[in-house]
Design a protein around this ligand. Structure first.
Ligand SMILES: Nc1ncnc2c1ncn2[C@@H]1O[C@H](COP(=O)(O)OP(=O)(O)OP(=O)(O)O)[C@@H](O)[C@H]1O
Ligand SMILES: [Mg+2]
Length: 207
């Protein structure tokens, strides 16, 4: 069996940046790496982008285009395809799978929408447990600076409010799921990468 590493954190925390760097680091050490993400590029992922993520500002902030439950089910359907078609076969082939977001995103965001956490956990029970989940944690103010925002003041405040709730949820989830390790994402790209490498060596390769 290979190893399964997941990156989590609020929007703009540095997940994609650090996932790529870790992938490169592992490849240079001879590991076969599969870099992947959620939502996926499959038909389900495209449906999510169409119905949820590009559903206008209301879609992102309030999930107004479709019901919160339908949104959670769509993400879970996309994940089921991801697990069965990509993650499981890659792990069975001895590869290191790195996923940019996984079911912890569903828990943190959909819980922030007001859905029941235990229902969300049950819904995602099929999802293979990662060996390590790296939670990139930083204040919302900093993440918003990194990604910038063109939206008007009222929308900006709403987005900040949601992101703050999501950040709190992630930190609560880290208490519940022992595979989640918090990494301070306020440092430089290089310093964060070094912290992640140390964590991966310690947790996964027991050096
Ligand atoms: N440590 C850092 N310090 C400053 N800027 C950073 C740092 N890490 C990443 N960035 C920059 O912040 C922006 C967001 O980073 P990135 O895309 O990796 O975040 P993300 O968590 O994948 O975001 P999203 O959730 O939107 O996909 C990018 O422009 C990136 O270059
Ligand atoms: Mg990203």
């Amino acid at each position: 069996m290979g190893k399964f590493i997941v990156f989590e954190g609020i929007d703009g925390a540095g997940k994609s940046t650090q996932a790529k760097l870790l992938g490169k680091w592992l490849e240079e050490r001879g590991y076969e790496v599969v870099l992947t993400k959620e939502p996926t590029d499959t038909a389900f992922g495209k449906l999510i982008r169409k119905l949820v993520l590009t559903g206008g500002r209301e879609g992102i902030i309030d999930g107004a285009r479709i019901s919160h439950e339908a949104e959670a089910l769509l993400f879970a359907a996309d994940r089921a395809e991801h697990v069965h078609k990509l993650i499981k076969p890659a792990l069975e082939g001895g590869k290191v799978v790195i996923s940019d977001r996984y079911f912890y995103s569903s828990l943190a965001y959909q819980w922030a929408r007001g859905l029941d956490l235990d229902w969300l956990i049950d819904l995602n029970r099929f999802a293979i447990k990662p060996d390590l989940v790296i939670l990139l944690d930083l204040p919302v103010k900093e993440s918003m600076k990194r990604i910038g925002s063109r939206s008007i003041k009222t929308e900006f405040d709403k987005i900040v409010e949601l992101q703050k709730k999501v950040r709190e949820n992630y930190l609560k989830l880290a208490e519940r799921f022992p595979e989640m390790k918090i990494v301070n994402a306020l440092a430089s790209v290089e310093d964060i990468h070094n912290d992640i490498v140390a964590l991966v060596e310690h947790e996964l390769f027991k050096r």
